[in-house]
Design a protein around this ligand. Structure first.
Ligand code: CDP
Length: 231
């Protein structure tokens, strides 16, 4: 059977990565979390005094980009690939609310996007990939055989992310998580370069009231139809 490319875009905390991982595992495809790459560059910028509470030295970040080397390594135990920055596993460090607070600003920088999109295209060049993000169906893989656009209410999304962060042991408030979700929605949809927008040929799924199982089954149905069309 021919392998296809599956692009899953949508707002923050819509459960894109959960369903993308499940589908990749089911099909034996590679899963790529493009958001992890933007988070990794943001973490680098935070560590190097490039971005902080009241400053963002964009020119410094652009100058330092050649020193940012990202790669993924599959972790058998976890069942997905973890992100490495200059050889160091930073999977845990990039998931904090602090990184979430700066990442959308970093993601507005065209030079950052250019570097990451190039790498993302390479990761998917042999098809058999499920990639999630904001611009996968519009910019990274405009020819993807299946494009899904995930939405859910801001409150539902904030509740999910809040629970995730608490489970990790992070001390955060629901109000701060909701504020971050809303701010990132705004920045991601309003930036000049590759804004978050539903591709004209994407299929929208609102998972506000879907269980994980219902969501998986809905996506799997779409995947099976697309696979049959691309035999
Ligand atoms: O997990 P969550 O949905 O909260 O976010 P993420 O997928 O980890 O992405 C973090 C941020 O990176 C987003 O809010 C965007 O600002 C940026 N991003 C992007 O611009 N383009 C992508 N393809 C993926 C992420």
């Amino acid at each position: 059977m021919n392998k296809i490319t599956i692009a899953i875009d949508g707002f923050s905390s819509t459960g894109k990565s959960t369903v993308a991982k499940q589908i990749a595992k089911h099909l034996g495809y590679v899963y790529v979390d493009s958001g992890a790459m933007y988070r990794a560059i943001t973490y680098f910028a935070m560590q190097n005094g490039i971005i902080g509470e009241n400053y963002f030295k964009v020119e410094d970040l652009i100058a330092q980009l050649p020193n940012v080397n990202l790669h993924f390594e599959f972790n058998k135990q976890l069942g997905f690939a973890e992100v490495y920055l200059n050889g160091i596993n930073i999977e845990k460090e990039i998931r904090t609310l602090e990184v979430s607070r700066f990442v959308s600003k970093v993601a507005t920088v065209s030079q950052v996007r250019e570097q990451l999109v190039k790498q993302q295209k390479k990761l998917g060049q042999n098809k058999g990939v499920v990639m999630d993000g904001r611009d996968i169906g519009t910019v990274v893989f405009p020819d993807a055989e299946l494009k899904i656009f995930m939405v859910a209410s801001a409150e539902k999304r904030a509740t999910r992310r809040y629970k995730e962060l608490l489970a990790r042991g992070d001390k955060v408030s629901y109000e701060d998580v909701l504020k971050n979700v809303e701010e990132r929605d705004f920045t991601d949809t309003n930036r000049k370069d590759s804004p978050l927008v539903k591709a004209h040929d994407a299929i929208e799924i609102d998972n506000s009231d879907l269980t994980l199982e219902e969501q998986f089954n809905r996506v799997l149905e779409l995947v099976n139809t697309t696979l049959a069309e691309n035999k």
